[in-house]
Ligand binder design. Structure first.
Ligand code: IPD
Ligand code: CA
Ligand code: CA
Length: 262
């Protein structure tokens, strides 16, 4: 399979679906609550249906791990991991930070990632063996050597409060020992921003595979580190992710382990 060619096709699709999302206006009555603070609209669902239809054509023998459950087909080799609209709460409230996120897994390995940030028209992408790109230009994680000089993104807990105290203790520590913390409201955009060097690091818990698949892959192709809160590899399905440039990795991981008692 020619992954570079496939990536170009997925890029085109992500932009088309992004344009669809941008063209839609929603009313309060369009907002459905799946569970506490987990919202969805017809825009998320329609965008996902468009993605599933086209991605199925690109690799006929492929399955899906998709947020809105449009397809539950799982295949042995190729599976797409997609979030049609990451940043739904931003979208609903008119905050301009949301994206389309498409990852591809071959057996157990991520081999392609595409994130299209709709409002800024920014397309982040990489495929197995490639560099990482933003709108055609190569991108890299930052060279920042210490946490003290780092700008760090995170996602605040908003439905799973089991580790809220651990989270807040880490947050306080980083607040005092970094350049600052940010919460954009789209994990995929956070990851893309680590890949292109806007953020030095990102961490969050209670994430799903579709929030992180594409971004985790792109960050690694941009030279970054990705792991779970124990420093291990289970970040795709393990619901905890740390990603950063390689220089600050040990320092950040040590703080996460300290506060989460790992
Ligand atoms: C959410 C966003 C948010 C993160 C949440 C995700 P959604 O995805 O990525 O930044 O904090 O954990 O669920 O619901 O907007 O697709
Ligand atoms: Ca998401
Ligand atoms: Ca979503």
């Amino acid at each position: 399979m020619n992954l570079e060619h496939l990536c170009q096709q997925v890029n085109t699709l992500a932009k088309e679906v992004g344009a669809f999302i941008k063209s839609q206006t929603i009313a309060a009555s369009d907002v459905e609550t799946k569970s506490k603070n987990s919202l969805v609209t017809f825009v998320d669902k329609t965008a996902e249906a468009k993605l599933v239809a086209r991605l199925s054509e690109l690799i006929p023998d492929s399955g899906f791990i998709a947020e809105e459950g449009t397809s539950e087909k799982i295949c042995e080799v190729y599976n797409w991991i997609i979030d049609p609209l990451d940043g739904t709460t931003n979208f609903i409230h008119g905050v301009p930070c949301f994206c389309v996120s498409i990852g591809l897994k071959r057996n157990n390995d991520l081999v392609l990632g595409v994130i299209y940030e709709i409002n800024l028209d920014e397309l982040f992408y990489a495929w197995e063996g490639s560099k990482a790109y933003l709108n055609g230009k190569e991108i890299h994680v930052t060279p920042t050597p210490t946490l003290e000089d780092s700008l760090i993104a995170t996602g605040f807990p908003y439905y799973d409060y089991d580790k809220q105290d651990e989270y807040m203790n880490l947050f306080k520590d980083l607040m005092r020992n970094s350049r600052g913390l940010r919460r954009l409201g789209s994990a995929a955009v956070d990851l893309a921003y680590v890949a292109c060097g806007r953020f030095d690091a990102f961490y969050e818990y209670s994430l799903h595979p579709w929030d992180v698949a594409a971004g985790a892959f792109i960050v690694q192709q941009a030279g970054g580190k990705v792991c779970d809160f124990k420093g291990e590899n289970n970040y795709l399905f393990g619901k905890e992710i740390i990603t950063c440039n390689p220089h600050i990795h040990q320092e950040l991981l040590a703080k996460v382990k300290l506060h989460f008692n790992y």
